[in-house]
Design a protein around this ligand. Sequence first.
Ligand code: FCB
Length: 455
Amino acid sequence: MTKLTFPPGFRWGVATSAYQIEGAWNEDGRGESIWDRFVHMPGNVQDGSTGDVACDHYHRWREDVALMQQLAIQVYRFSVSWPRILPAGFGQINQAGLDFYDRLVDGLLAAGITPFITLYHWELPVTLQDKGGWPHRDTASAFAELADVTSRALGDRVKNWITHNEPWCTSMLSHELGEHAPGWRNGNAALKTAHHVLLSHGMAVQRLRANVPDVQVGIALNFEPAVPASASPADYHAARIWDGYYSRWFLDPLYGRHYPADMVAHYRATGYLPHDLDFVRHGDLDLIATPTDFLGINYYTRHLARAADVPDNLPQEIFPDPPAARTEMDWEVYPPALYHLLNWLHFGYRVPKIYITENGCSYLDAPDAGGRVSDERRIRYMRDHLAAAHRAIGNGVPLAGYLQWSLMDNFEWARGYTQRFGIVYVDYETQQRIPKDSAYWYRDVIAGNGFVIAD
Ligand code: FCB
């Protein structure tokens, strides 16, 4: 047996987002977001459900904080709902909305839990969408206002801030692929969105630095590292383009390298840039590259890259051996990619500090007759990913913490309630919370700052 011990001060936590847990979508002056609109249109969510009630966290937050305290959680990453604070997106502040987060922050601190706030986890106010949304440059300034208002109200107590969650999702998944709100399918709008999101990140970093003494600020990117499906050069090229599309398009400008030239050429060829980078104005790239304190990484799975219709592309598929396990999302369980990702970020970008801001898995394990939820597969998933992270730390990767997704089962966007990512089970009929076996396992990991693995 070997014990994997994490560095002293390594931070252990869990993550959620406002729309996925809060409910109370039209209470206390909250405005409407693009997700409220999206879920209320038939056909957008797999099971036809909405986040109208979700985990009812807006009313049950005290119970949820107490639960985290029992589970020895050190860090809680949550997001603020933009239209709860600024119902029209800018201008008039909804004090009741701000007060909710104010009480939550005080509750967390009283329980000895460090809050990490995400400013944008996808809840754009519809008023801004109707003015053009993220493809419109003015949305970036409105976001800077959200950062300003929120940090003025909470910055005396909250020191850790994440500007955006997963700009790839905000841009590509939502504007190119149409799977998330607002459900557009327009490559050029997606690239404009990416630019304005990155720009708004830079603007927000500056507001946060001005308003929050001793601030630690970063952004959370999602990664699905590509592995070529075969030894064919065509598949290697496909893998490179995938990484460009998913990761480098965001990382490179954030770390002062401009948009990657191979991807600019690629997007010209696909027609996504009919007028080149005309939306990039003088000074934008400097603003986007405003130094941050950490990078948040969200990692769930890898991507097998396979070129289409290429004659030399044989064999067509390589299956991992033994056949890889898949989660309920049908995502391959592949911890080694997390190890490589951490190294790539450290050695390739010299990121000063990294947090794993999301990592987790959906499995449908439910309470047995005795009320126990034994989710052995989740424990294995977390253990193997943490072991990969630990190995990367051994190479010098400055990994400062791990935030599991998610504290509790919740509304999984376009998949509705068909997925369960929580270490705590939620009975949506009664809103009862039942910690799964993984929650108790994680509590022990936190207590021991590590865990024992078989040799
Ligand atoms: C991430 C999102 C998070 C959750 C997990 C499963 O892409 O940030 O809200 O949906 O996936």
